[in-house]
Design a protein. Structure first.
Length: 148
């Protein structure tokens, strides 16, 4: 959590804990406007976490696009190589075998790159999910404390 949000939460806690107690009910009398102002500032500072999530999703998409492009280039290069080898009668058979190996390798490489990109994106999303859950729980706790 960034420093600004942490400081604002401390300020909100101070506002809530230092509020005067009601004579009859023993409940705290808080300055709702001050607390709401602090909450507004917290909300204003939270978009950085969401921007990070959007950037991660953009990076994931770009990784997948790059992987697809690399795979296409590898396959195109393998096909070109195979066509050139086929043109030579003496090594036609060897060329077909080699081209298949290159194409299989390119496909395997593309598959591994896509899988790696997907796993990376999933781990980033899991981390982001935990962070958002932590923030949500903190906000819920603060709201519960605020409503007490």
């Amino acid at each position: 959590m960034n420093n600004v949000i942490s400081n604002l939460l401390d300020e909100l806690e101070k506002e809530l804990t230092q509020s005067k107690k009601s004579v009859f009910s023993g409940k705290s009398l808080v300055d709702a406007d001050a607390c709401l102002d602090i909450l507004d500032e917290i909300v204003e500072n939270m978009p950085t976490e969401f921007e990070r999530a959007v950037n991660i999703m953009k990076e994931r998409r770009q990784i997948l696009i790059d992987a697809e492009e690399e795979a296409k280039q590898c396959i195109a290069a393998a096909q070109k190589t195979a066509e050139e080898m086929v043109a030579e009668h003496e090594i036609t058979r060897n060329a077909e075998i080699e081209a298949k190996k290159i194409i299989d390798m390119a496909r395997q490489n593309a598959k591994e790159v896509r899988l790696s990109a997907k796993n990376y994106a999933l781990s980033v999303f899991d981390e982001l999910k935990v962070r958002i859950k932590d923030l949500d729980e903190q906000i819920d706790q603060d709201l519960d404390d605020f409503n007490k």
